[in-house]
Design a protein around this ligand. Structure first.
Ligand SMILES: C[S@@+](CC[C@H](N)C(=O)[O-])C[C@H]1O[C@@H](n2cnc3c(N)ncnc32)[C@H](O)[C@@H]1O
Length: 417
């Protein structure tokens, strides 16, 4: 077997994707498994989009704060790249992402970064995307299509782990090809959504029916090939928890925050920073109404925008069930309904809200912009566009929504300069 050359390097930082950024004589290499300041030994894997990639084969000098990961498959799986770091070090790394996003912007150096720690470091996930490849069930490896066999995942909430056990047990014998599996906690039970790339046998359909009748499973859906409508057993609706613990209903597959306890704090902080009392509020990317039902309780008027038609319908129903009023508009958040808004709340997907900040014409007169972000890279870009529109940062809060991973949920409030 050809020998793969190994070489050493110093970890400069951990990047937003969770890989260590290692300075070596060959150039900068991105490699999972290193922590800032460490001297590591690397093996080159392959280059992707111009970046050299590798894997850490040995830690030559350990960083203070390195630990043995509490999960036996952490090194193989790759889903929790920060599990090798103590929680305090995870915090420093993730705070660094938000500091970097805000660096040099007006107001950033005067605003203290508030850190909201996760109440549960493990067992917190109420939603997870897994996969199968042949008879292997697990997570798709980062930067690869390979599926790593996973029996137990310690960041899953217990009902999801039980649903994962049942899914593997019932479907393994009849499932074919490959596909994605989404598990979501719906109330107290779990919805299992399967998306298969190829057609499946009648036996799999039968097995899905059996799975849906298992204790702890609310429903199962199976979409095969290009078919638009999935086959459904039981009830595949989503049921997320609102800030007051009541149920927010949503269509199968709709977005909901992955960590209930952090989400509750996120909603409270969004409302506190928006100060919606007596204000004309615009909420963009409202989904099924996670923030909407809290904002509608106090805003003078509320217009909420969402592009997914079924989420819009759910948001309206969730408001109506609480006898709350808001105008929920189906449309593109980068072109919100014209009007005068005192407060704008936005919570875009990873791509951020570039078009909104470049094009929207309502900023003049807006007293507060409350930006919820799940990607500090696009947040940083958009904050620079907001600066060009005359806004400065006055609050920055980091929520540890996904402990053990490099993902961070951030909340930034902008006010006119
Ligand atoms: C991160 S989720 C947030 C949802 C909601 N705020 C919550 O906390 O559950 C982003 C939402 O934006 C919606 N979305 C994505 N692109 C959009 C666009 N261009 N215009 C309006 N909504 C969009 C998605 O469908 C999704 O519901």
């Amino acid at each position: 077997m050809p020998h793969t050359p190994r070489f050493a390097g110093r970890v400069r930082a951990v990047g937003r994707g969770g890989d260590a950024v290692v300075e070596t004589s060959e150039g900068v290499v991105l490699a999972p498994g290193g922590l800032p300041g460490e001297q590591v030994e690397l093996e080159r894997t392959r280059s992707k989009r111009g970046a050299l990639r590798g894997k850490v084969t040995r830690v030559l000098e350990r960083a203070p704060g390195r630990r043995e990961p509490p999960c036996a498959v952490a090194h193989r799986c790759g889903g929790c790249p920060l599990m090798i770091a103590e929680m305090a070090l995870q915090r420093r790394i993730k705070e660094g992402f938000l500091h970097e996003a805000c660096e040099g912007l007006p107001g950033a150096s005067d605003s203290e970064l508030v850190w909201i720690a996760a109440p549960d470091e493990l067992g917190y996930r109420r939603r997870a995307r897994l996969a199968w490849y042949g008879q292997t069930f697990g997570y798709r490896q980062r930067n690869a299509t390979r599926v790593v066999d996973i029996e137990r995942c310690i960041v899953l909430a217990e009902p999801l782990q039980r649903a994962w056990d049942a899914t593997r047990e019932h479907l393994r014998a009849s499932i074919a090809g490959q596909g994605e599996i989404q598990l979501s906690l719906s109330g107290e039970a779990v919805v299992v959504e399967l998306q298969a790339l190829a057609e499946q046998s009648p036996e799999l359909f039968e097995a899905c029916g059996e799975l849906s009748r298992t204790t702890g499973i609310r429903g199962v859906s199976l979409r095969t090939g290009d078919t638009g409508t999935p086959a459904v057993w039981g009830e595949a609706r989503a049921a997320a928890r609102a800030h007051d613990q009541s149920i927010l209903w949503g269509p199968a597959g709709s977005f909901s925050q992955a960590n209930d306890r952090i989400n509750r704090m996120l909603v409270e902080h969004v409302v506190a920073l928006a100060e919606p009392e007596g204000m004309r509020v615009l909420e963009l990317h409202c989904g099924i109404g996670n923030f909407t039902v809290a904002l509608a309780e106090v805003a003078a008027t509320l217009v909420a925008v969402e592009q997914d038609a079924s989420a819009v319908e759910a948001c309206r129903a969730n408001l109506a069930a609480r006898r709350l009023e808001a105008r929920v508009v189906e449309g593109d958040a980068s072109r919100p309904p014209k009007g005068r808004y005192d407060v704008v709340v936005l919570d875009p997907p990873r791509q951020g809200a570039k078009n909104l900040f470049e094009e929207a014409c309502f900023w003049r007169g807006t007293r507060r912009i409350v930006y919820v972000s799940c990607d500090t890279a696009t947040l940083g870009r958009d904050l620079r566009l907001a600066r060009d529109r005359g806004y400065r940062i006055d609050r920055m809060i980091a929520f540890d929504m996904f402990p053990q991973t490099a993902h961070l949920e951030s909340l930034v409030r902008l006010v006119p300069r």
